[in-house]
Each structure stands twice: as structure tokens, then as C-alpha cells.
Ligand binder design. Structure first.
Ligand code: CP
Length: 293
């Protein structure tokens, strides 16, 4: 049994194994697993929760859910005790989403005999979204060596960037970021990005593929973002759409007229729906990878 909390714990061979299981899941139904999985979602989600639920059902796992404020964590129960309870109830796997960062996690994960799958924790990691984005790009383009991928927007709060960028770089892509100065992390150099752009039009001249990120309004704290001006400077407008050399992606949910002009969300150069569909196959792959080992 294995867990997936962070892409930083994955070796390239393991990522290749998950991608290959994802391709297999896309082609055939595959063998069933047995047992029960629990979705512990303390933060809202549509596509991650539903695609994990569908993936569990495809694999024959019985699925239970604890959503929002309905867990005893709100009564002060520790995460460790919550996971020990889930273990005692006989679940094989917990798929969790937290509004806070789950770090350090080793001392909990090593003491509970279930598989842990991170479906997004605060601003830390969203490993299955990173894997979906890598899978979707490789599926469309094949080899991504030297592909110039630009992340645009709220880099500071993005667990999608923190998961996707290391995976893309692992397969040879070149990664740059673009956003307002206040939304670029101070430690951006840790991610070994090629360039930090503050001018989106210059950044688009550099990029082959662009991943727009959601402006995370719920995490801005005292930072004030004037959305109309943000959209003018960093949004995907019709004029910028015409300049795009290749595809664009967005992990969703999209802030229409803030991240992307509404009419462009499902346009010809958009991979948004592919990302959502591939969510089922990559999450099926991750469940198999964790539970069959
Ligand atoms: N991309 C993503 O995590 O979307 P949801 O919040 O809808 O799950």
C-alpha cells in the first residue's frame, strides 16, 4: 500500500507508471479492487470529488463521504485521531481535501495503516491535478521536452502550480510564471523557473502552452485585487487568444471575466474539458497505484 501526498515524493519511474495506468484506464475498464474508500473533503470541490468518486466506483470500491463541517474535526478532534478512527473502521483509503497545509505529514502517514491520497491541501499540493495536466499535455503533444509552459495568475496561492511545475520539469518542459508582483511567491526560485514575467503580452511571446490559474479570492486576506484591472493585465482576452501559439489549460473552477473571458473557456484552443475528463482516468490510476502495491 502506498500514499500520494506530494509530487515531491515521486520518482520519474513512478510518475511514468501512473501515467501508463491512466492510459490503460482510459482504454479498458480493467480489473476490480475490493474494499472501502472515504472522501474527507473539508473544502468545496466539484470536479476532484466527483471524479474520485467515479474512479472509486469504476474500481469497485465502496465510497463514503464526509463533507464540509460534518466531521468531528470541527469539535477539535486532531487529524491523527480522525485518521486512526478511519483506520479502525476498516477503510483501505482516505482521499482528503483540506483548506490548510498538511505538512509535515510523515509522522501521521507512517502511523496509520491506510492509503492517503491528497486531493488538495491549502496552498501546498494537489498532486492528482498536476498529474492530470502532465497527462493531458503529453496526450496532446507527445514529447514535452523543451516545451515552454507558462503559468499565469495567482501563483502565490496555487497548489496546482506547486504540483504541476515539478512534474512538467521532470519531463523536460521549461516553466515560467506571470502574474502581479503581489501574487508571485518570494521563494519562486525554488521552482527553478525560466523567467518571472509581469507583462503577460511579453510572456505569451515566450510560451508554447499556457496554464491560467484561478484567482483564489478566498485566500487573499488583506490583499485587495481590483478584478477588472487584474483581467485587463493577466486575463485571457480575445486579443490574447489570437496570439496563443498552442493550447491553454485551466484546472477549474474558472472565474469568468477575471481569469478568462467567458466565451473562450470552451474554445478551440482550450483543454479545459480534456483536463476534467482525464481526471477520472488519472484518479483511477492513482487509486490502483496506491492500493495494488
Ligand atoms: N481543479 C479542482 O481542484 O477543482 P475542484 O475544486 O472543483 O475540485
Amino acid at each position: 500500500m502506498r500514499s500520494l501526498i506530494s509530487v515531491m515524493d515521486l520518482r520519474k519511474e513512478e510518475v511514468e507508471e501512473i501515467l501508463s495506468l491512466g492510459s490503460e484506464a482510459k482504454q479498458v475498464q480493467g480489473e476490480k479492487l475490493s474494499g472501502e474508500a472515504i472522501l474527507l473533503f473539508l473544502e468545496p470541490s466539484t470536479r476532484t470529488r466527483l471524479s474520485f468518486e467515479k474512479a472509486c466506483k469504476r474500481l469497485g470500491l465502496e465510497v463514503y463521504s464526509v463533507i464540509g463541517e460534518s466531521s468531528s474535526i470541527v469539535k477539535g478532534e486532531s487529524l491523527y485521531d480522525t485518521f486512526k478512527t478511519i483506520e479502525a473502521l476498516g477503510f483501505r483509503c482516505v482521499i482528503f481535501r483540506f483548506p490548510f497545509v498538511f505538512f509535515p505529514y510523515r509522522q501521521i502517514v507512517d502511523k496509520v495503516r491506510i492509503a492517503f491520497i491528497n486531493a488538495g491541501d491549502g496552498t501546498h499540493q494537489h498532486p492528482t491535478q498536476g498529474l492530470i495536466d502532465l497527462f493531458t499535455l503529453k496526450e496532446k503533444l507527445g514529447d514535452i521536452k523543451n516545451l515552454r509552459v507558462l503559468y499565469v495568475g495567482d501563483i502565490l496561492h496555487s497548489r496546482v502550480f506547486r504540483s504541476g511545475a515539478p512534474l512538467l520539469k521532470m519531463f523536460g518542459a521549461k516553466v515560467s510564471v506571470c502574474g502581479p508582483k503581489s501574487l508571485i511567491p518570494e521563494d519562486i526560485n525554488v521552482f527553478e523557473v525560466e523567467q518571472v514575467f509581469f507583462d503577460l503580452d511579453k510572456a505569451l511571446d515566450w510560451a508554447d502552452t499556457v496554464i491560467w490559474l484561478r484567482l483564489q479570492k478566498e485566500r487573499q486576506e488583506e490583499r485587495f485585487i481590483y478584478e477588472r484591472s487584474y483581467f485587463r493585465r493577466f486575463g485571457l482576452t480575445a486579443q490574447r487568444y489570437n496570439k496563443l501559439k498552442g493550447f491553454f489549460m485551466h484546472p477549474g473552477p474558472v472565474n469568468r471575466e477575471v481569469d478568462i473571458e467567458g466565451d473562450l473557456v470552451y474554445s478551440e484552443k482550450s483543454l479545459v474539458q480534456e483536463q476534467v475528463k482525464n481526471g477520472i482516468y488519472i484518479r483511477t490510476a492513482v487509486l490502483k497505484w496506491c492500493l495494488e502495491s
